[in-house]
Structure formats: C-alpha cells, structure tokens
Write a protein that binds this ligand. Structure first.
Ligand code: HMG
Ligand code: MG
Length: 298
C-alpha cells in the first residue's frame, strides 16, 4: 500500500535559513551543508540566487556553492527566479535549478512581484537556458492548499500552473503547502486530481508544519504513491513573503516516521539528529523538531 523507498530532498540550508532573522555566517552554512552531505542525503538545496535585497540571509549563495565540499552522489540545488539568478548559479556550477511560483495570484505577487501570467515568460528562457547547460530543472508551486492573501486554492489552479511548468521543461514539481494549513482530506483531494494528469513520480510534496499537520499529510501523500518529500533539518524554514509561514517538516521527524513504517531512505537518522542539534546551538533557540528533542534527552 505504501512505497518501499522514498527520496528526501533537504531544503534546510535554503528554506530554513532564508527565514532566520539573523544572518548565518557563510562558514557556518558551509559547515552545515558538508555535514548534511555525510548523512546519506542525496539532494540538498543549498541556497537561493534571488535578489539579495529581498532575501539578505542568502546573499552569499555564490560563496556557499563555491566553498562546500561536493560529494559525487549528492545533487546540490538552488532557487533561481530569473535569468540574472540563473547566470549567477551557473557561474558556480549548481547541479540543479529550481524555479518557483505560486498557484495563487496574491502570493505570487507578494513573493516575486508579478502576476501568474507574467511569470511564465520570465521562467521560459531560464528553463531553456538551464536545460541547454545540461542542468535539470525543478519547479516549485507554492500555496497549493491555501494562500495567506487569496484564501483556499482549488486543485484546478495547481494543475493549470503545473501543466505550464511541465510544458516549459521542468522534470519535477514540488507542491508547497507554504503556510502549513493543509489536512489529509485536502491533500487527498489535491493528489486525487493531480495524479489523474501527471505521473506521481514527477511530483514531490513540500509541507510546512505550522499547525502540526505535516506528518499526517506525508502519510496521506504516501497513500497516493508519492515518493519524494522536501524537509528541513531541525524543522527550520518559512517564506518571508507569506505571513505566518513557519518551518518545514523536520527531516529527522520525517525519517523516524518513514523508517518506522519500513520505508527506506538511505539516510542516517542519528547523523541528522546530531546536525540538527548543532543548528540549535548555532541559532541559540529551541528547534521545531521532536526527534532533536529526543536526541537531547538521550
Ligand atoms: P523585482 O524587484 O521585480 O526585480 O524582483 P527586477 O527584475 O525589477 O529587478 C530589481 C532589482 O533586483 C535590480 O537591481 C536587479 O538587478 C535585481 P537594481 O537595478 O534595483 O539595483 N535583481 C537581482 N539581483 C540578484 N539576483 C537576481 C536578481 N533579480 C533581480 N536573481 C524578483 C523580482 C523575483 C527578483 C524578487 O521578487 C525576488 O528576488 N524574490 C524572491 C523572493 C524569495 O526568495 N522568496 C522565498 C523563496 S520561495 C519559498 O520560500 C517557497 C518555497 O519554499 C515553496 C513553498 O514553501 O511553498 C519554494
Ligand atoms: Mg517552503
């Protein structure tokens, strides 16, 4: 009934750190990513080549990419909003590019300063050029359950954006519950709709755990045969342009759930817990992670 193997895409260094009030030093980011590269994770989203005025926390994206120790079997990805971002990312040899937009007009505008229709002509040459450079391209769709500005999102809205992104050349779409409002019945409705149109292997889920429903939503997604999940070390994360958005589901909590269900990930839970605790020390605040708290008590 459930898949036997799941791939975890670690987004903590990007989604996690973009939302921290304090700027984390480049050397600390590099140390975190190097540590994550040694946990069995095969995919790490390391930073974001957006306008540094919008996300100053990740203004050092190029330095981070240049300084990390790359493992051959790990994909190091980054967010790119436009051609300027793509050029910066390609210059430091990013492995995979992630373009991003929203299913709702309100969040799309507040996050990237454009309507949905205005976004596709910006992304088209980015995707074409990235593919020409031999990179794979991932597409994020935010606010797939609800938008902080427009309210509930219909599955048809998500499908319309996904259709267009696949047509432009992305190989995988990550579906973001950006503000962590979703419950399993809503995930069921969304995936019931989308899996009629798209191959389930081309879909990933990106749950923020704002209201404690992320793991329940993961189980519902597994039931639909989804095998790719984004998560964030220590449950760090959030979108600064979505009011009330908090961290992603914690990688270590997701690992505990999956391993307990007999689903393989190839990732070492203990090493991830230790990396999460090192982040807690660095950030000097308790993390939103159950398994980090368990590790502290051991
Ligand atoms: P804009 O202001 O409309 O852009 O921003 P513009 O093209 O008019 O350019 C304005 C200025 O920005 C110019 O500089 C450009 O050079 C500069 P100026 O002439 O004023 O000095 N600029 C750049 N600089 C460096 N790198 C670039 C770049 N682009 C423009 N790539 C833009 C449009 C999209 C760039 C802006 O809105 C932006 O950067 N937004 C990013 C917002 C963001 O990063 N949000 C968080 C990530 S998304 C997320 O977290 C959701 C996700 O996790 C999934 C989920 O949870 O749902 C993925
Ligand atoms: Mg996110």
């Amino acid at each position: 009934m459930y898949p036997t193997h799941v791939q975890i895409k670690e987004v903590g260094p990007r989604d996690g750190l973009q939302n921290e009030a304090a700027f984390i030093k480049t050397a600390d980011k590099v140390r975190l990513i190097d540590r994550l590269s040694d946990t069995g994770l095969r995919y790490i989203e390391v930073s974001s080549f957006v306008n540094p005025k919008w996300i100053p926390q990740l203004a050092d994206a190029a330095d981070v990419l240049a300084q990390i120790k790359r493992e051959n079997d790990v994909t190091y990805a980054a967010l790119v909003p436009n051609m300027q971002g793509l050029e910066r990312a390609l210059a430091v040899g990013v492995d995979e590019v992630s373009v991003f937009m929203s299913a709702s007009e309100g969040h799309n505008r507040s996050n990237i300063n454009k309507s949905i229709a205005e976004t596709f002509p910006v992304l088209r040459p980015v995707i074409e050029e990235a593919l020409r450079a031999g990179k794979t391209v991932r597409g994020y769709i935010s606010t797939v359950i609800a938008c902080p500005i427009d309210g509930p999102t219909k599955p048809e809205q998500v499908r319309a954006v996904a259709d267009k992104l696949f047509e432009l050349g992305v190989s995988e779409i990550s579906l973001g519950d950006t503000i962590g409002v979703g419950v399993p019945t809503e995930v069921d409705a969304l995936l019931h709709h989308l899996t009629q149109h798209f191959d389930r292997d081309s879909l990933a889920m990106h749950f923020h755990d704002t209201r404690g429903t992320a793991l329940a939503n993961v189980v519902e997604s597994l039931r639909h045969g989804i095998t790719k999940f984004d998560s964030s070390i220590g449950g760090l994360g959030g979108c600064p342009y979505a009011k009330g958005a908090s961290g992603n589901v914690a990688t270590e909590d997701l690992l505990y759930l999956l391993h307990g269900m007999g689903i393989e990930t190839g990732v070492d839970l203990h090493k991830v817990q230790q990396a999460a605790l090192s982040m807690e020390q660095l950030l000097q605040k308790p993390l939103n992670s159950k398994l980090a708290a368990v590790a502290k008590g051991e």
